[in-house]
Design a protein around this ligand. Structure first.
Ligand code: ACO
Length: 426
């Protein structure tokens, strides 16, 4: 570094001055766009040291375990807001007044149905189709039923439309997987209560909506709402960079989220805990396996690309899991295994030295299970929560006139030029 404004990179007697890019807090960046003057590219495996954009939506300090949305601490938002209130904040940049919130809720109600013709699509999927496959396909399909040209008009309405319809699609896909008739949304219910009712009521079963469960669902969806430039958000921005429409971009985010190293980890955690239980509950054996590099087994729900401290979201979930299970009078043996696993791992040198802590996915599955949500729907729940974040990130990209199409380069490691060999001589 030469001074506080520029960095100087020297290579074999040649040097290039690279300007710094400052944010409001956290890391500054080094603008490496001039680096090719040295005849080289930058190389950053997994982009883990590269800022792909400037963003004003979410701030994370991974060392200290801080997470803020639009300046507000995640814990304050979880304790004081509904999911819809925070969705408004994320999309619009400020907390809504009562009137603005009512207006947003009206839009959510107006757009809560999906076109009846879309219902035929559900029947085309096999009964055991993964709900994330259905969700991604249905969200892409929305672009053939609804205008994709007006996103930059009344964006509050566009956001509400998608947030409301994705909830309906998620609940319908669950009902279809059971072979039960779908339950339509009701205007008299809040967003989360509506979702639970659409999931669990049926013509032969009256579902009693428990306000405590509604509260926990609101909190969980807030905890998922955004997490800056993670894998799925990067996928959303990637499609947006080619001027892909909102639905196509969100569908890409859903596909990226599905992976077990990302949002799919919540399903993988429940499967791992169930496996430990079925195997006699020997937690230490699995901690040992996770440490063995030859084994390939990882503790799911542990570790994070950014946090080198306890994920603040996991802390909230841990407490909520205790409270909800007590309140519902449930005894989930998977929670006992999870607690023991956490306790052992957090004292183990392997995890301590690598700063591996439970992440958001470690306890969320147990909470969703307590609500009656099946394991294969867990990542769908994550997607429901993350949706406002994806929408906001997509909009931020679209509003940035300087945004470029995303087009990373590569270091080529393949064959050098060689003579072509005719098929008869190979
Ligand atoms: N279990 C065992 N070892 C682990 C784990 C884990 N869960 N996570 C990381 N490590 C080890 C790695 O093997 C590596 O060890 P080494 O230094 O001896 O090679 C070291 O810790 C650093 O790990 P990386 O893979 O470099 O960490 P990275 O930041 O690339 O990956 C990730 C982060 C993908 C989340 C990883 O921790 C992981 O696979 N966790 C389990 C899956 C999971 O829970 N994903 C959800 C993340 S939260 C979310 O996306 C919503």
């Amino acid at each position: 570094m030469s001074d506080i404004e520029n960095a100087i990179l020297s290579l074999r007697g040649e040097s290039v001055e690279l300007p710094l890019v400052h944010g409001t807090e956290g890391y500054s960046g080094i603008d490496i766009s001039g680096i090719s003057k040295l005849g080289h590219l930058s190389y950053d495996n997994g982009f883990q040291n590269t800022a792909s954009c400037q963003s004003s939506i979410t701030f994370i300090d991974g060392e200290k375990g801080i997470l803020r949305h639009r300046g507000y601490d995640i814990v304050d938002l979880v304790e004081n807001c509904s999911f819809i209130e925070v969705a408004y904040l994320i999309v619009n940049g400020y907390l809504p007044t009562r009137e603005e919130l009512a207006h947003f809720s009206r839009h959510l109600n107006e757009h809560s149905l999906i076109h009846e013709d879309m219902q035929h699509f559900f029947t085309g999927f096999p009964a055991d189709a993964h709900p994330m496959a259905i969700l991604a396909s249905m969200v892409t399909s929305l672009s053939s039923f609804y205008s994709v040209g007006n996103e930059l008009g009344d964006f509050v309405e566009t956001a509400a439309k998608l947030i409301s319809k994705v909830r309906t699609i998620a609940a319908f896909s669950y009902k279809k997987s059971l072979g039960e008739p779908v339950v339509y949304p009701r205007h008299d219910l809040s967003y989360c209560a509506n979702f639970l009712n659409m999931m669990f009521s049926s013509p032969v079963r009256h579902y009693v909506i428990d306000p405590d469960v509604v509260k926990v669902l609101n909190k969980l969806l807030i905890l998922h709402i955004d997490h800056e430039q993670n894998c799925s958000t990067t996928a959303v921005r990637l499609i947006a960079s080619a001027r892909g429409n909102l639905y196509a971009s969100i569908s890409a985010g859903i596909c990226a989220l599905w992976g077990p190293l990302h949002g799919g980890a919540n399903q993988a955690v429940i499967e791992m805990l169930s496996r430990i239980k079925a195997d006699g509950g020997d937690v230490r054996k699995y901690v040992q396996m996770a440490k063995d590099k030859k084994d390939g087994f990882r503790l799911m729900g542990f570790g994070h690309a950014v946090y080198r401290n306890y994920d603040p979201r996991a802390r909230v979930c841990r407490k909520m899991a205790d409270d909800l299970l007590r309140k519902l009078n449930l005894n989930d043996p998977l929670l006992d295994i999870a607690r023991e696993l956490e306790e052992i791992a957090l004292k183990d040198e392997y995890f301590v030295s690598r700063k591996l802590y439970p992440n958001i996915d470690f306890y969320t599955g147990i909470l969703y299970r307590a609500m009656g949500i099946p394991t294969n729907m867990l990542t769908v729940m994550f997607a429901l929560g993350r949706l406002p974040g994806w929408i906001a990130q997509w909009k931020e990209f679209y509003d940035n006139e300087k945004a470029k199409i995303t087009r990373p380069r590569q270091i080529y490691t393949g064959q050098k030029h060689r003579p072509f060999v005719n098929i008869d001589k190979r």
